[in-house]
Design a protein around this ligand. Structure first.
Ligand SMILES: [Zn+2]
Length: 249
């Protein structure tokens, strides 16, 4: 790390749990972020600010006026631009020294298997179950840790699925497939603006901890937030021995 980088990341380096070694691991890290919306905005901004060496963003959507109430990486002037381009601009404004790769594409199986294989950590910030399950399958296959988050109305949830740990469940162990009905309902529901910030910032924290080798990750625990009462709940989660995705891996 040069003098300039030592200064830029000095508040991380001052953390004894983090130090120069933790920051060096973050700076050498490669993170894949699926979705550049409500959750993806804080994730992308914090990972860029923290100096993650290479950040890959995937989202096929464009910035829309209705996004601006909560998707803080985007601006009024960038309505109509691809979300990945808008977010990349915001990230470069904060930290021009990292490498950012954007894909304005839907995260399908082929793209995911290639991008997940190149990532140290995957952060799932997408808004639909089909993509969540596809991301999970790719992470289990590549044995790449997955930081998962979701937020709707006043409710948030966060979990880490770490296929390198034989006790850690995968996303499918907790959430089965075939919830299309639930999905159509979710698409028309309200979202309390800061809930995506709280969940997204927590996802960024978990991704940086996994990359930096700091502390204890959320693997094996599911965090649930009810922002109406601001109460958090923690649920222990275990691997489903009959899970069609991760059993026997
Ligand atoms: Zn599983």
């Amino acid at each position: 790390m040069n003098d300039h980088q030592l200064l830029r990341y000095s508040r991380h380096i001052l953390l004894e749990e983090f130090g120069i070694d933790g920051q060096a691991r973050v700076s050498a890290g490669r993170v894949l972020v699926i979705g550049a919306g409500g959750l993806g905005s804080p994730v992308a901004l914090y990972l860029a600010a923290a100096g993650v060496g290479r950040i890959v963003l995937v989202d096929d959507d464009e910035v829309d006026l209705t996004n601006l109430q909560r998707q803080v990486a985007h601006t009024h002037a960038r309505v109509g631009l691809q979300k990945v381009e808008s977010a990349a601009q915001a990230m470069r404004d904060i930290n021009p020294e990292i490498s950012i790769e954007t894909h304005a594409l839907r995260a399908d199986e082929a793209l995911l298997s290639r991008l997940v294989a190149e990532a140290d950590v995957v952060v799932d910030c997408c808004d639909n179950f089909a993509t969540r399950h596809a991301v999970n399958r790719a992470c289990v296959a590549a044995k790449t840790p997955l930081v998962s988050g979701a937020a709707i109305r006043f409710d948030g949830q966060i979990a880490v699925f770490d296929p390198r740990d034989p006790r850690s469940p995968c996303y499918h162990c907790l959430f089965g497939e075939g919830e299309a009905l639930e999905e159509t309902r979710c698409a028309v529901m309200g979202v309390f603006a800061p809930i995506v910030g709280i969940v997204g910032a927590t996802q960024a924290a978990e991704a940086l901890k996994v990359l930096g080798g700091v502390g204890e990750s959320l693997a094996g625990r599911l965090l649930l937030l009810d922002a109406l009462t601001m109460r958090w709940r923690e649920v222990r989660v275990t691997r489903d021995p009959a899970c069609p995705v991760c059993a026997g891996t």
